[in-house]
Ligand binder design. Structure first.
Ligand code: ADP
Length: 172
């Protein structure tokens, strides 16, 4: 039987930390659905379509060691309902710090009551990517800093471009 996992997130934008979680999750499941949240309420810098396209651009590299991925919109649905919709038996999340743990711990508690048949699996962030957060990467980019250590070249290029556009708009 094919093992299907769901990796949900906002991914605004996806970082090397996110990509690493996907590569490692593909050792646990045969097929991974990347559920890109619409991000309403979070005021994302990139549209849902742009974030989906970023994942798709890296798909070949992500699956080069085996497994398949699929990128899907993850809209106004509960995580566990979306997992059921895509046939996933496990939800994958990444853990960086204590702050991630507290938040995730609560969600898992709720999800266990809502859907006891779905397991959430946590992968500890790789030490190389532990300090990478989309929010901070965006702040570095807005201030003109080098984002190359945190993103793929393609995503870095799009982020720099978007920040330049934003700065231009602001200044004039
Ligand atoms: P959300 O809005 O659901 O928190 P994010 O896009 O911020 O979405 O993150 C999606 C998932 O990836 C979360 O489980 C988060 O903890 C994890 N994650 C984010 N950054 C990293 C990183 N640098 N290394 C490992 N996991 C990460």
């Amino acid at each position: 039987m094919k093992r299907i996992g769901l990796y949900p997130g906002t991914f605004d934008p996806p970082t090397l930390g996110h990509f690493d979680i996907v590569k490692r999750a593909l050792k646990l499941v045969d097929h991974l659905v990347i559920g890109v949240g619409t991000g309403t309420g979070k005021n994302p810098l990139f549209s849902y379509e742009e974030r989906v396209a970023m994942w798709q651009h890296e798909a070949a590299d992500l699956t080069k060691d085996g497994g398949t991925i699929e990128v899907r919109q993850f809209g106004e649905l509960l995580q566990v309902d979306f997992a059921r919709e895509v046939g996933a038996g496990i939800v994958v999340r990444g853990l960086r710090a204590m702050t991630d743990f507290e938040y995730e711990f609560q969600i898992v508690g709720m999800n266990q009551r809502l859907a006891p048949d779905i397991e959430t699996v946590f992968l500890m962030a790789d030490p190389r990517y532990l300090s990478i957060a989309s929010k901070l990467v965006k702040e570095v980019a807005m201030l003109g800093g080098n984002v190359a250590p945190f993103l793929t070249p393609h995503v870095a290029e799009l982020l720099v471009k978007r920040c330049n556009e934003k700065r231009k708009k602001k200044n004039g």
